[in-house]
Design a protein around this ligand. Sequence first.
Ligand SMILES: *Cc1c(COP(=O)(O)O)cnc(C)c1O
Length: 380
Amino acid sequence: MKHIQDIISFIRDSFQTKEFIPLHEPRFRGNEKKYLIDTIDSTFVSSVGAYVDRFEEMMETITGTQKAVAVVNGTAAIQVALRLAGVNSGDEVITQALTFIATANAIVYNGAIPVFVDVDLDTMGLSPNALNNFLEEHAELRENGCYNKTTGRKIAACLPMHTFGFPVHLDELIEVCKKWNIAIVEDAAESLGSKYKGKHTGSFGKLGTFSFNGNKTVTCGGGGAIVTNDTVLGEKGKYLTTTAKKPHPYEFYHDELGYNYRMPNLNAALACAQLEQLDSMLENKRELANLYSNFFNEKGIIFRTELPNTKANYWLMCVELKDKNEREQFLKEMNSNKIMSRPIWQLMFRLPMYATCQRDEQVNAQFLEDRIVNIPSSVR
Ligand SMILES: *Cc1c(COP(=O)(O)O)cnc(C)c1O
């Protein structure tokens, strides 16, 4: 592939190392150690503690939402958010096939069935147009919601994912879902810090979810959050993820099936220290994105940048190559030169668990599947 040596040199120069360059590594440059020691000294290392409360408050401030609930990981956050949105066993949830496995798995954990609708080429996230076309063809509105005429099942929610931190076309998506009376839950796992028309991703739907896994922009080892502007749903989320126990000084009484999905205070301490640095991390990543953008522009290679009216967090940065063949060459060259590069995910319907799920033509998803690769994106 043309320019490959230049690309390798450029990335090496950008990260100033001759060693292996990972895709995304965590950086701990703030109060991480201090807060962790504080947690241990307090003995509150487990499922309750001051850092859990503080983390939830910080997430409310950052996302501009009424209520944040700390949970054990991003997958659990999606699972519970869908349940809170009214998804029941046997319902359908519409999502994109171009996503990380957790999005689809969380649907199935509720006994629900994923339906895959295409993405937009520009956002790489769920396409409002494709969604509307799908619904026009397959759905009908009944008194208590939207139903799939082909399967007879209720379409209880729509779960868009903001791929690599690039927000989907939210205004249009909200309009389509409103028309069809479908609740939106945003999988904002990858988009902490990303905004759409000045508002934080995850705050548009009925609920939104985040991940703080080791490879995300901000990490706490493992963790997740549910956010919502519906305080009743928010309180319910806290209740369900903490075993659904009725408050009492000593009695154990649980009045419905809850989960132990609590984020330990140890992890929350790490999360608080990391969130304090969110703005500087975003700025740092944006600088790298600008460098990449100028460099790849000169080489005639498409580097994905944020769309008008949006602010991307540049979680994982990516280039769009000419075809699958060029993609293979690129991946081989980069990885054999100790620069980590990965293709975008294989589409969900290629996996055995999801092969029989209903889906549309997936023209854009397949186009992107063949061409998008991630390149090193860590804070430097
Ligand atoms: C990271 C991620 C999640 C959640 O991951 P956890 O490891 O469970 O925190 C969910 N959806 C997407 C799209 C992700 O990238």
